[in-house]
Design a protein around this ligand. Structure first.
Ligand code: DGJ
Length: 710
């Protein structure tokens, strides 16, 4: 058997040579090939094109897979024994000629979205357990040239900062070791721009997302051959895995996409695939909400919640979410040092309980949501008193404590803990089926390695089993509560990954709600995640994290480019601010389908430091678009570039209407029509400053334009 496996999507082709007794080899990944070109492909030169290189017979080369066989042999050979193609899925089975170890490579094609998912199943047919030490989901050779990497470095309150760098000889490793969350310090997604530094709307780009919620490792190795070698994997650090006889280890999938329409082109593929196949309720509009955290922090009480619900309802909002601070009986949650695990209402704060809150929400005509942090406990809690063995801690050592000096992580590898975590949601939803939304937080990494459930021999399984446990629990929750909206929050943006999103509707982009910094963070986040999943809230000034004061319009205009919400105490807002928000919520309802389901075109990057940032969403029919324009700095007599639009129909005429207008006079372009060609080849002149009445002038100008085809 020697077969050429060709995987086509609408605009891309991947070709592998699959020959019995050999490693499958990549021959091509790029723009769609014609029949003729497929038959006349040149074999790549001076590269190791193995689809899943195993360690041991060419030791200097980086491997996707390494293991110790039951007899101690550390070398593995993996050669094709079988090829099976059914519908969208191609399976290539590899076996070691000397040992009954098999690895199946999967490739699943998503035609319309130009996406290829790939993952592996590793099966132990040996008589005894074997030890897996490297278990990548995929490896991909990328032809050298002027290849640039885009990745998303960050930290708490500064998530998803775009970093663009040329790939140089040596090894670049992007990794996470947090244990519970995985997108604060970098992301499990990268893009490769193949023709020099990435451009938003032109150029060949490959995007890769490891769909995993736990520790990951993305590695790019560049040696003396003609290729970069990309490996995407669960982080194998301190995670060697003992695979018992007859067991199968399935790696998380990697989603790969290729586009000739630049970085934004790859983003659009990910957004489309994500909304359609990954994200919970990716086809359903999100409600506009007020979350209580930055408004009242832990200071929850019945009257205060009622007031906030009334306020958001009066501004046109649709949902109120009560954040941290509502629970605890023996140990009421006053600050962050107690009560996690005790998911019962604090009757002192909320005498009428959740029933009372649901009653008030109904009275105001809105839905109600609630915050929980199910994977965690405090040592000061009834839960910990009853189940000290449920927490993660190193054997024979005292637990290392987190937030508030008392927080601990529950051991999700333990099925009893999984049952408990499931029961938190189940109890709430059984008692109060009207709860519409859950904010699921996770505010602690695994600081001390150790499971009280796993055997001493299998302690190295902790990181992996934690996330299997989490996923199993999420699956159970989703099976029973398919309609519930759930937000993945993790000290802000710690859980922006495609591993959790099948069970969550959205994620909290960052605890930092400062509009200026949000432009940067939301820009990076938008590379792989659609606006519908990016919770983006209007908050108070001075901002509670960076203490910057920005105009309310600016805060609104930034928040409206994602899933709009509010994170503020409305009682402290002026009438004028409330009026602006009321109007913004009304306007957002009009553009919600465009922002949440439209195609994203990033236009001017804040990272280019030209004084502004701009992006737009265009609906599928190219009849409606929303254009966002934000200044990122402000100087007198400054010079800003005119922004060329993208994604429109060159032959259509679009009428311009400014949303969230605060200027006394409309812009000269208001109500005028321009051809798509003009807008994309030339662009519109936008006045550099908003011109409201004198007392309301400020240095944070921004514009949102609605474009509608005539
Ligand atoms: C961290 C989250 O990111 C915040 O939004 C808030 O929910 C706090 N935790 C509550 O403790």
């Amino acid at each position: 058997m020697a077969e050429t496996v060709t995987l086509h999507t609408s605009n891309t082709t991947m070709v592998l040579n699959v020959e019995k007794g050999k490693q499958p080899k990549y021959v091509y990944y790029g723009a769609k090939l014609s029949d003729y070109d497929q038959q006349h492909l040149q074999t790549p030169r001076n590269g190791r094109m193995d689809a899943y290189p195993a360690y041991g017979m060419n030791c200097p080369a980086e491997a996707a897979f390494a293991m110790k066989h039951a007899d101690g042999n550390m070398s593995t050979e993996l050669y094709v024994t079988d090829l099976d193609r059914q519908g969208d899925i191609t399976r290539i089975t590899l076996k070691d000629p000397q040992y009954p170890i098999s690895v199946t490579l999967f490739y699943k094609v998503y035609q319309e979205e130009d996406m290829i998912e790939t993952w592996t199943e590793i099966h132990n047919g040996e008589a005894k357990p074997v030890t897996l030490t490297q278990f990548a989901s995929c490896s991909l050779p990328i032809r050298r040239g002027n290849v640039w990497l885009s990745h998303f470095y960050g930290s708490w309150a500064n998530e998803a900062r775009l970093v663009e760098e040329p790939i140089l000889p040596g090894e670049k490793v992007i990794k996470n070791k947090d244990g519970t969350r995985n997108s604060h310090t970098d992301h499990a997604e990268v893009m490769f721009s193949l023709n020099g530094k990435g451009q938003e709307n032109t150029g060949d780009v490959i995007g890769a997302a490891l769909c995993y919620s736990g520790n990951f490792q993305l590695k790019i190795d560049t040696d003396d051959t003609e290729y970069h070698y990309f490996f995407a994997s669960i982080n194998p650090d301190n995670s060697e895995y003992h695979l018992k006889k007859g067991e199968t280890f399935t790696t998380p999938k990697v989603a790969l996409s290729y586009s000739q329409a630049g970085l934004s082109g790859v983003s659009r593929n990910f957004h489309q695939w994500g909304r359609k196949y990954m994200l919970a309720h990716g086809n359903k509009e999100r409600k506009i909400l007020l979350n209580s955290w930055e408004g009242v922090y832990f200071d929850i009480n019945q009257q205060g919640m009622d007031q906030m619900m009334g306020d958001i309802a009066s501004m046109g909002g649709e949902l109120f979410v009560m954040d941290d601070g509502w629970f605890g009986d023996k140990y009421p949650r006053k600050v962050d040092n107690s009560s996690l695990g005790d998911w019962v209402v604090d009757k002192n704060k909320l005498p009428d309980g959740i029933e009372g809150l649901l009653r008030d929400a109904k009275k105001h005509g809105i839905k109600f949501g609630i915050w929980i942090e199910p994977e965690m406990a405090n040592t000061v809690s009834e839960l910990y008193e009853a189940h000290p063995d449920w927490i993660i801690k190193a054997p024979k050592r005292e637990p290392v404590l987190g937030r508030g000096g008392t927080q601990v992580v529950l051991d999700m590898s333990n099925p009893k803990v999984q049952d408990f975590v499931f029961s938190i949601v189940d109890n709430l939803m059984t008692k109060y089926p009207e709860i519409d939304y859950i904010k699921w937080d996770a505010n602690m990494p695994i600081l001390n390695h150790g499971s009280q459930y796993l055997t001493m021999n299998d302690q190295s399984h902790l990181y992996i089993e934690y996330h299997r446990g989490l996923e199993n629990t999420c699956k159970r929750i989703r099976a029973k509560y398919p309609d519930l909206t759930i937000q993945a929050c993790a000290s802000g943006g710690g859980r922006a990954n495609w591993g959790v999103l099948p069970y969550f509707d959205e994620f909290w982009v960052s605890d930092n709600t400062d509009a200026l910094q949000r432009i940067y963070m939301q820009w990076g986040t938008s590379y792989f995640f659609p606006a519908i999943a990016m919770a983006s809230h209007i908050s108070a000034t001075p901002n509670h994290t960076v203490f910057r004061t920005t105009a309310m319009k600016y805060r609104i205009d930034v928040a409206m480019s994602g899933r709009l919400g509010m994170e503020i105490q409305p009682k402290n807002m002026t009438d004028d601010e409330k009026a602006l928000c009321r109007n913004a919520i009304k306007e957002y309802k009009g553009i919600r389908p465009i922002v949440q389901f439209g195609d994203l075109f990033r236009l001017v990057s804040p990272y280019d430091k030209v004084g502004l940032a701009s992006l737009m969403y265009v609906n599928k029919q190219k009849t409606k678009s929303v254009f966002f324009w934000w200044k990122t700095e402000s100087f007198q007599n400054e010079h800003l570039p005119r922004v060329k639009m993208a994604g429109l129909d060159a032959n259509k005429y679009y009428k311009v209407h400014e949303l969230n207008r605060i200027d006394l006079r409309p812009m000269d372009i208001e109500g005028k029509s321009f051809s798509g060609a003009y807008l994309m080849n030339h662009g519109l002149e936008i006045p550099y400053r908003n011109e409201p009445e004198y007392a309301k002038k400020n240095d944070w100008s921004s514009r949102v334009l609605l474009l509608e085809a005539e």
